[in-house]
Design a protein around this ligand. Sequence first.
Ligand SMILES: [Zn+2]
Length: 463
Amino acid sequence: MAENTISGNARGLWRPLGVAVAIVVGLIVAGHWLWSPPDARNKIILISIDTLRADHLSYMDYARPTSPNIDRLAAESLDFRQAFCQAPSTLPSHASLFTSLYPSVHKAEISTARPLADDFVTLAEVLRENGFRTAAFVEGGQLETVWNLDQGFEVYDVTPFDKTPPGDDLVGILTKARSWIAEHRDERFFCFVHSYVVHTPYAPRSPYDRMFDEGYTGPLPWVITEDDVLEKLNEQTRWAHEPDVRHVISLYDGEVSYMDEHVGAFLDYLRAPGLWDELIVVFTSDHGEEFGDHGWVGKHAHSLYDELLRVPLLIRAPNMASQRIDTQVRLVDVAPTVLGLAGIDADDARFQGRNLLTDGRPPAVDLPVYAEQDYEWGFWAALRWPEAKIIAEPGEQYKLLDLRNDPGEMQDLYPTQPDAYAEWVQQIQRWITRNREHPTRPAAPIELPPDVKEQLRALGYLK
Ligand SMILES: [Zn+2]
């Protein structure tokens, strides 16, 4: 109608005004990113609490109230109850989390001293290419810069692993992360936070040391170190019901509570108006821990049972309803999912995982969980479905575990009926072959600097 009522000249007069209106509208649209209204694509926090066993968090129905703050986050999140890592070991698991590739494809592994090759594309690299400011605040050891997990991070701040006094490293890491976030809160950002606070040695400070074990009278001390106490404890087969193992579990749970209090305070900071409304928060771990489930205490990276593979996974995003999800998912799915939430094309052929929120909905079917561990003395792989798991061991040995009737994975069914499980053997062999044949250019092994060796020794990974 305006076209019919305004003369040609008059339309000419409107032109500069039209440009001005366009600029104002443009400024309003641009301003939308900066202060209002909230936009989910602005800011991402990924928290990895190393060695955090999923079933020791209270929202996971653990008998002890270890994690009121993480429970609160779970109640606001997509709460994946059946999430699994791809390696029960820090470097390969984080490399899979960042690249969405299986360990035998990226080959980042401390037992072979291979860092993550530059060729692989990481979550941080993709986000940075898409205009995100990127920073990581990590606790050394298998996340030291020599392992090359810093790809894509503008800031990669390493706190060397040193557990004296206990827990202070977590507080320092969270404080540095807060300062960086405060500096960049008006920009799109990706901030990764990592801590060994619940990893060995178990040395919770008071009152967390006695929180779950007031009556313990010994003989084990209140600080469980890797080299002497655990080594001695593991000289014989250990089971979860033994009083000494219960004591170690209580100290670990004390550390979980300590972590929960400080991560809770960090989350409270993030809940500030204007920040929380634009924030995607992912909370997870790289693997679990063993407490007498299969004969060892305070160990990981040596088997592929569920106490080591199952991890917490919470994904919180603005305007996304919280939901408990019981279908099986994997850490390789995290990077494509985060990119999807950030509005970045996640259907990338480079990824082996998948976006868990295709069309905004979580997966309705279980995804196959495949995990590996490559040691100097052999290669192990596991393929898990909710009903059963097969573990392939060196020398074409297999274990078949019925997870419905034997969730503790105590009874190996394979030797009794190997022919009945031929299809399972074929399935896991297909996975192993597919990954071995995946085109890849892994990094060459490196010589470890003395300070990194020292940290790995303190964490129990080197003698
Ligand atoms: Zn770890």
